[in-house]
Design a binder for this molecule. Structure first.
Ligand code: ADP
Ligand code: MG
Length: 560
């Protein structure tokens, strides 16, 4: 093909692709504009996960009638004018691209009136073309309606995730900006249903509580740290309060939510041994520094920044988190950080030559466990048993997990798992995002015996739990489920079910440290003998160690 200059419409679509990737990007850009306009109240509504319709209305400064058309032109902005302005950006926007990008790939209606002007403006734009523009009466402020996103770029439409995923991405953006701007009231509705209602908060902590619940807000530790140039403030979680993912680690640089690898690393380093492996803290940290100490012009969607002195930022964030942890929870800090803390040994493989051998996964006819006679319990954790060919040690928790797993999987083949209604439904605080995740999988969960329903924007109500579970375990199970949902982007329902059943088993199985009676142990061992795959728990750890008689004899120096 010969080289040619692309036609403007195509150029606009290419450029739009960088800024507007999905409905959540539209919401983000429009909310940033509203914040830049000094709004004190922002309403966001979506339909169909934002694909069919997004409406963002604010009570900010509005767009002057003479500038409305210009606002939708590429590289048109009121926020910067000279090259040096790039290093003193105090607004969220500055590239003048967002409205042009949105208008290039959707049908946009804008109603706006500038403060100080008598009359407002109505304008309708489709695929970048202004179709209608006329004066209209309305209060000051701006309302943007974006419909049929990607209507003219069908290929792009195909890349969109499901409605639920889009709603969650939108929830996340709104929660982040709501946290960063506590004085601004935010209202979010999906398909006419209220998702977030956040009146203006006097103090940031009130906003935190409105978003995450009072329980979380009270538990978090306050962070304050400053040097001559920078200030770090916000919250982090105390030791013992952690999460299975980084979802609740957020950083705001001069009021902008940024995604950066260095900042979470600095916080994690401060926790050092305070966090179990694979667990993450909550951390909402504001980093305020001079405008020229950070370059925000490094990413088309402005979600990454470059620091002039990244080491300094890293050290200050780390110090801030460290100080908050040390001052507020000295007892936990010392005991957990002590060098005497137990080190957990990997369960396998055992070094060769030791008397115990983890039985290799037997195949074919040998797959079953031989009949075992229970001798007793060791450390309230292991069951000691005698088999025809030696001594057996069973991990009671792992063994029970396996037994439950096979029982539940077999029952599931026949229908829904038995549920046990709770006399007193349990209320659990969840983030709006987590709430919609659970709601999305309500049916699957019901099949597994877990009846969950939304209860306002920030809680779910549990009405029944799988019959094998105790009510105390319900929180842990739901946390596991949410973790799984965050991790698995588009899980297969069947695989998801098996994973959830494993998690139910994990929480239902007897724990290490639980004293078992002789009969309970015999019962468990019999049940394990009946399992098709008795040798490992559903997560792959061994359930049984065998000490063959021959080896015992050898170790005691007996003749074979
Ligand atoms: P940028 O935010 O980078 O300047 P945009 O394309 O998002 O670029 O917006 C272009 C211009 O339109 C802004 O600079 C601003 O002057 C005006 N504008 C957009 N949205 C609003 C709003 N909600 N209230 C007031 N002015 C707005
Ligand atoms: Mg903008």
């Amino acid at each position: 093909m010969p080289i040619r200059v692309l036609d403007p419409e195509l150029v606009a679509q290419i450029a739009a692709g960088e800024v507007i990737e999905r409905p959540a990007s539209v919401v983000k850009e429009l909310v940033e504009n509203a914040l830049d306009a000094g709004a004190s109240r922002i309403e966001v509504e979506t339909e169909g996960g934002g694909r069919s319709r997004i409406r963002v209305a604010d009570d900010g400064c509005g767009i002057p009638a003479a500038e409305v058309a210009l606002a939708f032109a590429r590289h048109a902005t009121s926020k910067i004018s000279a090259p040096e302005d790039l290093f003193r950006i105090a607004t969220l926007g500055f590239r003048g691209e967002a409205l042009a990008a949105i208008a290039a790939v959707a049908r946009v209606t804008c109603r706006t009136r500038a403060v100080g002007e008598e009359l407002g403006t109505y304008v309708r734009i489709e695929g970048g073309e202004i179709r209608e523009q006329r004066p209209m009466a309305r209060p000051p402020g701006t309302e943007m309606i974006v419909e049929d996103l990607f209507f003219n770029t069908p290929a792009r439409r195909k890349f969109l995730k499901g409605e639920g995923a889009e709603r969650r991405a939108i929830d996340l953006w709104i929660s982040r900006y709501a946290l960063a701007y506590p004085r601004v009231a935010f209202f979010l509705r999906h398909d006419r249903r209220e998702a977030l209602t956040l009146p203006a908060a006097r103090e940031p902590r009130h906003r935190l509580a409105a978003l995450y619940g009072a329980e979380v807000a009270e538990a978090l530790l306050e962070v304050h740290e400053a040097d001559e140039e920078m200030r770090i403030s916000g919250w982090i979680s105390p030791p013992g309060m952690d999460r299975p993912d980084r979802q609740e680690m957020a950083f705001f640089v001069n009021g902008r939510w940024v995604q950066d690898r260095m900042l979470p690393a600095a916080v994690l380093q401060a926790y050092h041994t305070l966090l179990p492996a694979g667990r993450f803290p909550w951390s909402f940290l504001w980093i305020d520094l001079p405008l020229d100490a950070v370059d925000v012009n490094v990413h088309p969607a402005k979600i990454e920044v470059r620091f002039r002195d990244p080491d300094r930022v890293f050290r200050l964030v780390q110090r801030a988190a460290h100080r908050a942890l040390r001052q507020t929870a000295p007892r936990v800090f010392q005991s957990v950080a002590s060098p005497m803390a137990p080190v957990s040994m990997p369960a396998r493989p055992l070094p060769p030559g030791e008397p115990a051998d983890v039985l290799p996964k037997p195949s074919g006819e040998e797959a079953g466990l031989p009949p075992l006679r229970v001798i007793g319990q060791l450390q309230a954790t292991y069951i000691v048993a005698e088999g025809p060919d030696g001594l057996y040690l069973l991990d009671q928790h792992a063994a029970h997990e396996r037994v439950l797993y096979e029982e539940l999987m077999a029952r599931r083949q026949e229908g829904p798992l038995p549920a046990q209604p709770l006399l007193q439904p349990v209320l659990l605080e969840v983030s709006p995002e987590e709430g919609s995740l659970l709601e999305e999988h309500q049916e699957t969960l019901r099949e597994l015996g877990l009846w969950i329903e939304p209860f306002g924007p920030r809680a779910v109500r549990v009405r029944a739990i799988p019959a094998v579970l105790s009510a105390e375990a319900i929180r842990a199970v739901i946390q596991d489920l949410l973790f799984d949902l965050h991790e698995a982007r588009r899980p297969m329902e069947a695989a998801l079910e098996a994973r959830w059943i494993r998690s139910i088993c994990k929480r239902a199985a007897v724990k290490a440290g639980q004293v078992l009676g002789m009969e309970q142990m015999q019962h468990l061992v019999r049940a394990l003998e009946r399992c098709a795959m008795p040798w490992t728990c559903p997560h792959g750890r061994p359930t049984v160690l065998r000490f063959p008689l021959g080896q015992l004899a050898h170790q005691f120096g007996r003749e074979p």
